[in-house]
Design a protein around this ligand. Structure first.
Ligand code: C2E
Ligand code: MG
Ligand code: MG
Length: 578
């Protein structure tokens, strides 16, 4: 045991005081003790003299390097450092020069030829005059921990399923990508496997995974060696093409898409999985992350257009376009984030002036833009597919509001609430059950729920629309045709669909007292609607003259700024929901 390390005036020959002199047991004599330490040391110890001849080689060294002590001691060191000659010479020279080297991590070769990771420390051994005459090497095999380290580093940057770079690996690669693109531009393409969820659902996750692996292999083969391929998440892959000239991007991505093909045969199943791609050109100003973001926008656009496999976004492309797509993405989470509001506009009886109900009108409270009107975001929601989510929210909220009014004031039991439905909502298979559920959850009689659709329902998919409207009608909800007279098939719509309410469009109402033709149309429409047994609501009533005219000609109900603007609360009732 080391009691105290004294100064060693006589070099390392005899280290008086290193071993406690009190030890008298012959089994613990200095010599025996040192031998035991050397023999049992778990780290490899080697002493080599100035000529490179082995002096000491302990059993741990035998285990680490595979060379026996008898092959080393008294011989020049074998081929352990053969591939690292320069480094080895430097270590020896520095150590014999009197310097100690601490934990140098490097590699050495075992007797069986295998390379191992080692940590080397060296200490000069001096003679009585203080001259370094030999070198003590302390060596540890760190292959295992190095291997784990390397494995972890690899895993952090790669996707486990496909072995491609993951988002993090890609980002690190893109750092170099950025410094690379000095003259030419470069581009980033995002590729998305459509319908993979369907494969997962119908064939199982294992088949889905195999499709992803196969796709990854095909993609790696399809790109140029200088391209960087990564899997971002789920079914989205990236091809970064450094330095590709702008005018070559479209052809390059198209070539990749062509080579990928869409057919997969996995575990005896044949399937087609189409790929959409969005590509963006790197501009000189943009960081690669910006290009990646723009490529995501392009991909989004490509997915909206089923016949476009590739959408290419040029650097000069309109900011407004990117903003619109980003707005669309934000909109998708607006309901979850609690950014949607419902305003209610009263609908009053033309004869009595009493409130008959209210139309629910949605608003989006955008954190930066403030209140966004529906005319701006409903079309966007339709285009980007988030209309169903928004529509569901509106439906629930409107039913809840009406139930709240009734709870607060029994007189409100006669009120109706009107909810607008867009075409996309109408064609959503979840609509009918949701309408039934929304009304039932709030204890509403279905005939107090009015659903407004415009004539545009006819043009998109009339058969499907007719089916859904019939089902809604059977539920007992009231259907209203909104903005009547603005489409080009108004009369057909009346004949074909089970409407009970007709809303005369604001553009005709505003002509009352101004344009005789509009007055004629309004009067004829009221007559027509009544002839068919429909209730007529006039929209956009702003003046007393309009109100009088409409009442005189038998219009049933009125809606417009004259009677009340859309407000968060319905003025006619005490709202208990707030
Ligand atoms: P709409 O269903 O025809 O709704 C009436 C629109 O006219 C509302 O605009 C309302 O604020 C406005 N308005 C009411 N009275 C007057 C008036 O006297 N003068 C004028 N100039 N305008 C009046 P808003 O709220 O901006 O909604 C516009 C359209 O957005 C709605 O037209 C409807 O088609 C759609 N929309 C609103 N909320 C929803 C919704 O929850 N779902 C769906 N799918 N569409 C909605
Ligand atoms: Mg409406
Ligand atoms: Mg309308």
């Amino acid at each position: 045991m080391v009691a105290r390390a004294k100064a060693m005036p006589d070099g390392n020959g005899h280290r008086e005081g290193l071993i406690r002199p009190a030890v008298r047991d012959p089994d613990l004599s200095e010599h025996r003790l040192l031998r035991a330490v050397v023999a049992q040391s778990p780290v490899a110890l080697a002493v080599v003299d100035a000529d490179g001849v082995g002096v000491l080689w302990n059993p741990a060294a035998e285990r680490v390097f595979g060379w026996k002590a008898r092959e080393v001691v008294g011989h020049r060191l074998p081929t352990i450092a053969a591939d690292f000659e320069a480094e080895h010479r430097e270590i020896v020279a520095r150590t014999l020069g009197g310097e100690s080297i601490l934990e140098l991590e490097t590699k050495r070769r075992r007797r069986d030829g295998r390379l191992i990771d080692v940590s080397i420390s060296t200490v000069p051994l001096q003679d009585r005059r203080g001259r370094a005459i030999a070198l003590l090497g302390i060596l540890r095999d760190i292959t295992k921990s190095k291997g784990i380290e390397a494995e972890l580093a690899w895993q952090a940057q790669h996707d486990q399923l496909t072995g491609l770079l993951n988002r993090r690996g890609l980002t690190e690669r893109m750092g170099t990508f950025a410094t690379d693109r000095d003259s030419a531009h470069g581009a980033i393409a995002l590729l998305n496997l459509g319908r993979l969820n369907e494969v997962n659902d119908s064939q199982g996750l294992a088949v889905g995974d195999e499709v992803l692996r196969t796709f990854a292999k095909r993609l790696t083969r399809a790109v140029r060696p200088s391209d960087v391929v990564a899997r971002l998440d789920g079914e989205t892959f990236v091809v970064a093409m450094p330095k590709i000239p702008v005018d070559k991007v479209e052809a390059a991505v198209t070539r990749v898409l062509d080579q990928l093909g869409s057919h997969y045969r996995i575990g005896g199943h044949d399937m087609d999985v189409a790929v959409s791609a969005g590509a963006a050109i790197c501009s000189d100003r943009d960081a690669p992350e910006e290009t990646l973001r723009r490529a995501a926008v392009a991909l989004h656009e490509a997915k909206l257009q089923p016949h476009h496999r590739l959408y290419l976004l040029e650097a000069e492309d309109d900011r407004a376009f990117v903003e619109r797509v980003e707005l669309g993405e934000r909109l998708a989470g607006a309901a979850e984030r609690g950014e949607l509001r419902l305003h209610f506009q009263p609908i009053v009886s033309a004869a009595s002036g009493r409130v008959a109900g209210a139309e629910a009108l949605v608003r989006w409270e955008h954190p930066e833009r403030g209140l966004v009107p529906p005319a701006e975001f409903i079309p966007l929601a339709e285009e980007t597919g988030s209309i169903s989510k928004i529509g569901s929210w509106v439906l629930d909220e409107a039913c809840r509001a009406l139930a709240g009014w009734v709870a607060a004031d029994p007189a409100a039991a006669d009120l109706n609430v009107s909810v607008n439905l867009s075409v996309a909502q109408l064609l959503d298979p979840g609509l009918v059950p949701h309408v039934a559920e929304a009304a039932a959850n709030c204890g509403l009689s279905p005939d107090h729920l009015h659903l407004e659709v415009t004539e545009s329902v006819l043009s998109t998919d009339p058969e499907a629309a007719a089916r859904v409207l019939e089902e809604l009608h059977s539920l007992g909800v009231v259907l209203a045709i909104d903005d009547f007279g603005t489409g080009n098939s108004s009369l057909t719509a009346l004949r074909r669909f089970p409407f009970q309410v007709l809303k005369v469009d604001q553009s005709f109402v505003s002509g009352i007292g101004v344009r005789p033709d509009d007055e004629t149309i309004v009067v004829a429409t009221i007559g027509l609607a009544h002839g068919l047994g429909l209730t007529v609501v006039a929209e956009g009533v702003e003046t007393e003259a309009q109100r009088e005219f409409l009442a005189q000609h038998g219009c049933d109900e009125l809606q417009g700024f004259l009677l009340g603007r859309p407000e968060p609360k319905l003025a006619a009732v005490v709202d208990s929901t707030s």
